[in-house]
Design a protein around this ligand. Structure first.
Ligand code: NIG
Ligand code: FE
Length: 421
């Protein structure tokens, strides 16, 4: 078949290639093809392999010479708090003095500070801030991003955040998947009315569903946030209304959020820094993905999730960024991958699988993206590096040179070249 676009002179093309969710050795079993080409038609991969792709080329075909760079599937960041107002560098100073993250939250700071600013912000201001962040993420190889609400804690602002995410999805090349997180923290005014708050979150699910503003529901199941029982109430209501569910679980204190997530068939359970051995076994026996967020451990100066044990026990592991103003203020997704290699002790192939096919799997997108395969979207990252391992070893550096989303080159020579595919 003749292609619209052929990428050639690829030093090595890397992709996961087993059926997801990937576990055990499959995570590290990356197909690598040297001296490769990749052919694209209508934004979809129609062929790839060793050679120059001449069989896909006629005078109508555009060709891009990748000059010996390496190519991977586009990175999928399956956990972010993209849309919010302001920043929290004041709190960073407290964290460094040793004040615990959960104490800051309990005193009305932390998430509550961002909630106030997000409530006050115009949709235009939220859009602008998030757009800039999306540009940065895309320049670091992110082609699909999950984005949560959760800085409203009341209907109007939660809707505002999700509407901004929808507008971004229409106007920015990065593909966005929205999650409603109305139970991210308990507003002070509800300290003695927890049930009223939970009832409101559940009531608002109908509005979110009717306006098709999110496909999943998340909750912060944590000390000083929401209990396992409260999480169960909200998430089972969400499932009855047709949402997928996921949980912020075992981030700081292990309450049992992971076991709940597994029981409900959550698409992912996220953070897991304090996960128990029993919960690792439970995860291994399920198709719920362990979504590990090493940037949060780094910024909060806390333990890293035990990724090695999870992989060895057969848990399907993904790695994500958790971009947010409190616990992980960075859009540098390459650094997240480098932390996964350095601190989670994941092998290069495992890191790649964790940020591509397993991330696509828990977002329900593995039929469309997450690997280089015929029939999938041409979401690709071109890296200026001699091999995959090098991109993780040479840390603090963005090795991403070009990015393609749906066959459109949106980053070229480190510059954003196309905004609306
Ligand atoms: O994933 N832990 C809860 N939510 C975010 C942090 C949100 C914030 O501090 O603003 C997280 O770490
Ligand atoms: Fe988070």
């Amino acid at each position: 078949m003749i292609a619209d676009l052929v990428l050639y002179n690829i030093k090595t093309l890397y992709t996961p290639h087993h059926e997801p969710p990937l576990r055990h050795q499959e995570l590290n079993d990356i197909l690598s093809i040297d001296d490769a080409y990749l052919a694209i038609k209508d934004g979809v991969i129609i062929g790839f392999g060793a050679g120059d792709g001449a069989q896909h080329i006629d005078e109508s075909t555009t060709v891009h010479d990748l000059a010996g760079a390496i190519v991977c599937p586009g990175f999928i960041d399956g956990h972010s708090h993209l849309v919010h107002a302001g920043s929290r560098e004041d709190e960073f100073a407290l964290l460094r003095e040793g004040v615990p993250y959960l104490d800051i939250l309990a005193k009305g700071g932390g998430i509550h500070g961002t909630v106030k600013k997000t409530q006050e912000a115009t949709p235009e201001a939220l859009f602008k801030q998030a757009y800039t962040s999306l540009d940065r993420m895309m320049a670091h190889g992110v082609t699909t991003l999950e984005a949560k609400s959760g800085y409203g804690l009341e209907r109007a602002t939660e809707r505002k955040q999700l509407q901004v995410a929808r507008q971004l999805n229409q106007q920015h090349p990065v593909r966005l998947i929205s999650t409603y997180m109305g139970a991210h923290a308990l507003p002070k005014a509800y300290t003695n009315k927890r049930k009223t708050f939970i009832d409101q979150v559940i009531r608002d699910l109908d509005v979110i569903k009717k306006e098709d503003l999110a496909e999943a529901v998340d909750i912060f199941c944590e000390k000083n946030a929401f209990t396992v029982q409260e999480a169960k109430t909200i998430l089972t209501a969400a499932q009855r209304k047709g949402f997928k569910v996921k949980i912020h679980a075992d981030e700081i204190v292990s309450l049992g959020g992971t076991a709940l997530g597994v029981k409900l068939g959550a698409t992912s359970v996220d953070h897991l820094m304090a996960i128990t051995n029993d919960d690792i076994e439970r995860l291994a026996d399920s198709d719920t993905v362990a979504n590990i967020l090493p940037g949060t451990s780094f910024h909060l100066n806390r333990a890293y999730a035990r990724a090695r044990t999870m992989i060895d026990k057969g848990v399907a592991v993904a790695v994500a960024g958790d971009y947010n103003p409190g616990s992980c203020p960075t859009e540098n997704f390459m650094l997240i991958m480098q932390l996964a290699a350095n601190q989670l002790k994941m092998k290069p192939g495992e890191v790649l699988s964790a940020v591509t096919l397993n991330a696509a799997y828990h977002l329900g997108l593995s039929g469309q993206t997450g690997s280089i395969a015929t029939g999938k979207q041409a979401d690709l990252v071109v890296l200026d590096a001699p091999n995959l391992a090098y991109t993780l070893y040479h840390f603090g550096i963005n090795h991403v040179k070009d990015v393609y989303i749906g066959g459109q080159r949106v980053v070229h020579d480190r510059q954003i070249t196309r905004r609306n595919p």
